[in-house]
Design a protein around this ligand. Structure first.
Ligand code: EPU
Length: 338
């Protein structure tokens, strides 16, 4: 394990916020993790994975564990499926591309999501009609205090929309070290139902798409809407899409007939936060270096040197405006680190 002091975290969070960690430990193996946990028994800990779903608003006084354990293993399950395990420090998109190159289906719709494998279950990452939980089998995690290893099955994880037990009951308790997926080797269950994917495939005259075709379509859609964190700091969707009652939705639709929506069940409707934020006039707006992306209003961006606090304040302004205009309370998807 490698220990550094007063380390800038700018390269370690996709918002590109320049705060410092008092003590920063790079963890490259499970042995490293055990050693670090025992030698930092009395330190407050801060677990840093890909840094793609957090907004750092000040220097981190806790000891940062940067989980960089890599490695992928494959074992056959049935004629049509394999179990693929990736260690927590694997880059998510590289892992998805590995699966596609090996012709393992199931994760193609989740192409180009920033971050590492280890944090993917925490918020049950999802995009274009697919969520991590659809192919998730289990994950291994180490308890921060007892150092005991535990295997969490899909049921144990209590997955929901951008949610899991690791964001609730067990928040801050376990460090995920490995995630296992069940993927298909033949007869892939393709999910092309999302409108933008259908259109992208039609454009390419792709009648019998492969998992690679779907991955390429998703990559093209994401690139056209979402800013690349290497070019402009961001953490993807800053807010969750709110779920409102059908009655409130009917009232809203009377005033705003073009409001998009997804039915959850007879009583609940999900409305896109990006649409609400755009209606409030924030799309493409810039307040100093903190801004709202010009192609997707759900994404807050760091144009260069914004502080985490400035982006946080912009998020509060957006929340307040959406509340005043639509009487809807937006919930933050990104973890705000104070
Ligand atoms: N919309 C607007 N204006 C905007 C943005 C969106 O009117 O500025 C409208 C779109 O026209 C469309 C609807 O809102 O009718 C939905 O937009 P989009 O398809 O871009 O998806 P989203 O609901 O805004 C969610 C996820 C994304 C994921 C996409 C595709 C959440 C919080 N976000 O966004 O996930 O990529 O669907 O599945 O659920 C992320 O979590 O970081 C993320 C990017």
């Amino acid at each position: 394990m490698n220990i550094e002091y007063h380390k800038s975290l700018k390269q370690y969070n996709t918002f590109g916020i320049d705060v410092k960690a008092e003590k920063f430990i790079t963890i490259k193996s499970e042995e490293d993790l055990n050693e670090a946990l025992s030698s930092c028994k009395n330190d407050p800990l801060f677990i840093l994975s890909g840094g793609s779903n957090m907004l750092l608003t000040q220097d981190i006084k806790a000891t940062v564990f940067h989980i960089a354990i890599t490695g992928i293993t494959v074992s056959k399950k049935t004629d049509n499926t394999v179990l693929v395990s990736a260690n927590a420090g694997e880059n998510w998109h590289d892992f998805v591309q590995f699966c596609i190159n090996e012709e393992y289906g199931g994760l193609e719709n989740l192409s180009l999501i920033p971050g590492y494998v280890g944090s993917a279950p925490i918020q049950n990452i999802g995009a274009y009609g697919v969520e991590l939980k659809d192919s998730f089998v289990s994950c291994e995690a180490i308890h921060k205090n007892t150092r005991e290893k535990r295997i969490f099955t899909k049921e144990d994880c209590e997955f929901g929309y951008r949610n899991s037990i690791f964001k609730n009951k067990l928040k801050g308790t376990y460090i995920i070290t490995k995630v296992t997926f069940e993927l298909t080797t033949a007869n892939h269950l393709l999910n092309t139902s999302y409108g933008a994917i259908e259109l992208a495939l039609q454009d390419k005259n792709c009648i019998k798409p492969t998992i690679k075709d779907i991955s390429e379509a998703v990559i093209a859609i994401r690139k056209s809407k979402l800013p690349d964190p290497k070019e402009i700091g961001n953490s993807g969707s800053f807010f969750k899409n709110p779920v409102i009652s059908s009655t409130s939705f009917i009232n809203l639709k009377n005033t705003y007939p073009t409001i998009p929506s997804y039915k959850i069940d007879d009583e609940n409707i999900k409305v896109p936060a990006g649409w609400l934020i755009e209606q409030c006039g924030f799309k493409g707006k810039r307040f100093g270096d903190a801004g709202v992306h010009d192609k997707q209003a759900l994404v807050l961006v760091n144009h260069n040197n914004a502080t985490g606090q400035e982006i946080f304040e912009l998020s509060l302004k957006i929340k307040q405006t959406v509340k005043e205009k639509f009487d809807i309370s937006l919930e933050t998807e990104v973890n705000i680190i104070k």
